[in-house]
Design a protein around this ligand. Structure first.
Ligand code: F6P
Length: 532
């Protein structure tokens, strides 16, 4: 399969694909569901390439694995767990079985409890010692931070609850800067940690508890906890009515659909949160039912596989022309790189192709004035993914939104078309002549033929946002199955955690750096001389 794709790539890699992009190709290489449109016409994937890519899905058994995932099979084999974040948004679906038990009654009961609590914080029936809650601080890291932090920003136009803050870094600057902005008497602290052992989160949670304890009599009353480890929460002193549990079949980076989304729910309200869930569920249904050549997550995955594993473009830029999605690239970094950044397949063998890509990006138009230079004229090809809404939420500034859209479309067009030497010469002909004209013209050539996809949607509502996030989740699933890896563990984060634990007493000066490598020992020495 891979060799067929490699051979096919050899036949298309020098073709200029902009020659092919007419109306018919735009229709044949785009897909529309629930008003969202994914255009992948500006790539060098042709009908034969797409068919070969779809063969990969069949060879890897993606349909069977997908059905197993939705049915609660333990497809996270290295941890012996089911992968069922989809159950968290299965609002009006049927039962979902894990180990012969239907998990839906408990999922829906937790959703009801979250909704009641969020409503009470929003309407002031739950108060802090100083009255109505004005600020919510979510303390968590990785999946217990990136999802809700990104989502609260994404859905800012719907935010009518208390101000939300997110603290993740163990760097004391993070929590100190946040606490300074809040009044402890009217602040709710949410400790979000699947395991309730993550050192950054537990350290920040203790700092927040001490801060609140200096100002209010019973600080634990203004704390809530979100975790799978309810026993550990009791030891922390948070009453069970403010504990929202979930099961180990929800991976951290897939968890904002359930209790980890509490801060989002408090920000936008339970009804809008449910609309977000419904968007995710709509994408689930599409993913389960659509044929591969009309299946948006599968097609997005195949475009990614084509660019990364076949064309060997190692990175992927995510470029939302939607300022409210400014944290989407950071969120996708964890979703994609923690899920598919693995070199060993399910059976323990080395991968024969590269693992998932480096994902990075920033919102447009900001990126245009920063790193797009390299995307347009650098020597590496960077496949780009643009996102843009037809309308913003600022109706009175719609003309500004139109300018944003024009910029987004211009970038993908420029990447595809480029500018030839002749065109560049014509640009500078009035200003330079002779050798200088030639030299100046060469700097103004754009190679073009650079691929991009564009995801468009009517407006970034909670429902549309839910669809987008579920789209990316399923894309990661498909890529993982094709690569034959387990997208749902993250052993690669363990070594650094172990070494940090061992280094802490060395940094504190309670142990020597004996046994450490020379570089690490010298760095410790330097930092100690400068007061660490
Ligand atoms: O160390 C990585 C990781 O386990 C992520 O997968 C996870 O999202 C994050 O840490 C936070 O974990 P927890 O929610 O258990 O605190």
């Amino acid at each position: 399969m891979w060799s067929d794709l490699k051979a096919h790539f050899g036949t298309v890699k020098d073709q200029r694909f902009e020659m092919l992009v007419d109306e018919a190709r735009a229709e044949a290489f785009s897909v529309e569901i629930n008003d969202m449109r994914l255009d992948y016409a500006k790539t060098n994937i042709n009908a034969e390439g797409r068919a070969l890519l779809i063969d990969l899905l069949d060879a890897a058994g993606v349909a069977e694995k997908r059905d197993q995932m939705f049915a609660g099979a333990k497809i996270n084999e290295t941890e012996g767990r089911a992968v069922l974040h989809t159950a968290l948004r299965n609002l009006d679906g049927g039962p979902v079985m894990v180990d012969e038990d239907d998990v839906m009654p408990s999922v829906l009961q937790t959703l009801d409890r979250m909704s009641a609590f969020a409503a009470s914080v929003r309407d002031g029936s739950f108060t802090g010692q100083g009255g109505k809650i004005t600020d919510v601080i979510n303390i968590g890291i990785g999946g217990s931070d990136l999802g809700p932090a990104m989502a609260v920003l994404a859905l800012a136009p719907y935010h009518d609850g208390p101000c939300c803050h997110f603290v993740s870094n163990v760097d004391p600057a993070d929590i100190a800067d946040t606490l300074r902005k809040c009044d402890p008497a009217t602040t709710l602290v949410i400790v979000a940690s699947k395991t309730f052992t993550t050192i950054e989160t537990m350290t920040n949670a203790r700092t927040a508890l001490a801060w609140m304890g200096e100002a209010v009599d019973t600080p634990g009353d203004q704390f809530a906890a979100l975790s799978t480890a309810e026993d550990k929460i009791t030891a922390f002193g948070i009453a069970s009515e403010r504990v929202f549990g979930f099961e180990d079949w929800v991976g951290g980076r897939y968890s904002m659909w359930g209790p980890i989304g509490l801060s989002l729910m408090i920000a936008i309200g339970p009804d809008a949160f449910k609309s977000f869930l419904r968007g995710g569920q709509a994408m689930d249904r599409h993913f389960q039912a659509a044929a591969w050549d009309e299946n948006m997550p599968a097609l997005l995955a195949l475009v990614g596989i084509w660019h990364n594993q076949v064309c060997r473009h190692a990175t992927r830029a995510v470029l939302p022309y939607d300022n409210n999605l400014s944290r989407l690239p950071a969120y996708l970094q964890q979703l994609e790189m923690e899920s598919n950044g693995k070199g060993v397949s399910m059976d323990g063998a080395d991968l024969s192709v590269p693992s998932g890509p480096v994902v990075w990006g920033e919102p447009g138009t900001n990126g245009q004035h920063a790193f797009y230079q390299l995307i347009h004229q650098g020597t590496r090809v960077i496949p780009c993914e643009f996102l843009v809404a037809a309308r913003g939420h600022e109706d009175e500034l719609h003309h500004q939104h139109q300018l944003l859209v024009a910029n987004c479309l211009a970038q993908s067009e420029a990447l595809m078309r480029g500018r030839t030497l002749d065109e560049a010469r014509a640009k500078v002909a009035g200003t330079f002549e002779g050798d200088e004209l030639e030299r100046q013209a060469r700097h103004r050539v754009f190679p073009g033929n650079r691929p991009s996809v564009t995801l468009t949607y009517p407006k970034l509502t909670p429902f549309v946002f839910g669809q987008i996030i579920a789209l990316y989740e399923h894309r990661v699933f498909v890529e993982g199955v094709v690569l034959g890896i387990n997208s749902y563990d993250q052993w690669g984060v363990e070594l650094g955690k172990e070494l940090a634990t061992a280094l802490q007493p060395v940094v504190e000066g309670n142990e020597t750096a004996d046994g450490k490598d020379g570089s690490t020992a010298a760095l410790v020495d330097y930092l100690q001389k400068h007061g660490v």
